[in-house]
Design a protein around this ligand. Structure first.
Ligand code: FAD
Length: 320
């Protein structure tokens, strides 16, 4: 069976959920070979095998943490040379997309970014993308070289599928460029205790209708009742009510959760561009004509300060 390289995103051996989603997609296309690099890479092997990796290639070296992405590109290139896969799957984070683009250039392949689905095709894997502010859905495939595809988080369900897996040390020779850009300092992001916005299964967002920074507590309370991440429209972010890192949309983050709840957000095309691929969309807006209602699965016409706290209480009650 054809082999499919999956580049593993992990933090000191803890595999991030988008990588497990990639393994679900990889199993449709062939035998998943996971490539894990950096500190804790060897510790990822168990979880990867439980999710279908038939082989785990690991390489631990200080370069992965001390320099920007090039050492990772070197490792992935070495894996492609060792395995000869039909496709390389990478998670669509900012770093993942940079790694994918650099790899594709190195190996003379085409690259497809921000896929929301990948299926086997007669002439190679076919990637589905949601493009032009989510106005069109396209299917495309790489016509030259080994396909390199980045996939958005939450595009597939995580499915356990234990495989008899082998773990091998990957031989990596770092290129001259690998040590060109050194990381000189790191500032840990302040933890909100909530999931990462782009990876969250549930996102609760607030817009201009929230009316102020303090009122975002209403949005946060709903998010916390659901274990969700908090998002915001650009209007709310530009007003200084919520951090820019929470902006969802064309010039913010792209999210694709199982559930997206928009409160006090009109549904401008630039906002939709960042959330339209969410599986279930719920909106609360006091204007029945708001464009957001054109794309929702469930809509509530009402004042968010009436509706959202009731929803939060009901969820808490049902969760006991
Ligand atoms: P509004 O459009 O003002 O909508 C507020 C909504 O809240 C209204 O529908 C109103 O009925 C409702 N409301 C008010 N009070 C209540 C209440 N008490 N209860 C319930 N509902 C209430 N926007 C983004 O979000 N993300 C982007 O990445 C982004 N990128 C952009 C890039 C460009 C180049 C441009 C030009 C614009 C971009 N925008 C982006 C801005 C976008 O066009 C909209 O201006 C913005 O999304 C509007 O935010 P909003 O829906 O919160 O505000």
């Amino acid at each position: 069976m054809a082999e499919v390289v999956v580049f593993v995103d992990h933090a000191d051996g803890a595999v991030r959920k988008p990588t497990l989603e990639l393994l679900t997609l990889a199993r449709r296309l062939g035998d998943p070979v996971a490539v894990a690099v950096g500190a804790g890479a060897a510790a990822t092997a168990g979880v990867l095998a439980e999710h279908g990796a038939v082989k785990v290639l690991t390489h631990e070296a200080a370069e992965y943490a001390d320099y920007l992405v090039v050492p990772k590109v070197d490792a992935l290139q070495a894996a492609v040379a060792a395995v000869s896969p039909v496709v390389v799957l990478v998670s669509s984070s900012a770093e993942g997309k940079e790694v994918a683009a650099r790899l594709a250039l190195r190996i003379g392949s085409g690259v497809i970014t921000d896929a929301v689905d990948v299926e086997a095709g007669e002439q190679g894997p076919v990637a589905t993308q949601s493009v032009f502010a989510a106005g069109f859905t396209t299917e495309s495939r790489v016509s030259k070289g080994v396909a390199v595809i980045t996939v958005k988080p939450n595009s597939a369900a995580v499915e356990a599928a234990a495989a008899a897996s082998t773990v091998e040390e990957l031989a990596v020779t770092f290129s001259e460029q690998a040590t060109g850009t050194k990381v000189t300092a790191r500032t840990p992001r302040e933890s909100t205790g909530r999931p990462e916005l782009t990876e969250a299964a549930v996102v609760v967002s607030g817009g201009r209708g929230v009316g102020g920074a303090e009122s975002f507590a209403v949005i946060e309370a709903l998010a916390d009742s659901l274990g969700a991440a908090v998002g915001a429209s650009r209007a709310a972010v530009d007003a200084g009510w919520y951090p820019h890192t929470a902006q969802v949309g064309q010039t913010g983050k792209s999210v694709s959760p199982q559930l997206y709840i928009a409160s006090g957000i009109s549904g401008a095309i630039q906002h939709r561009a960042g959330m339209q691929t969410s599986k279930t969309i719920v909106a609360v807006n006091k204007d029945a004509e708001a464009p957001i209602f054109d794309l929702v699965d469930y809509g509530v016409v009402g004042d968010l300060f009436d509706v959202v706290p009731q929803l939060t209480e009901e969820i808490k009650t049902r969760k006991g």
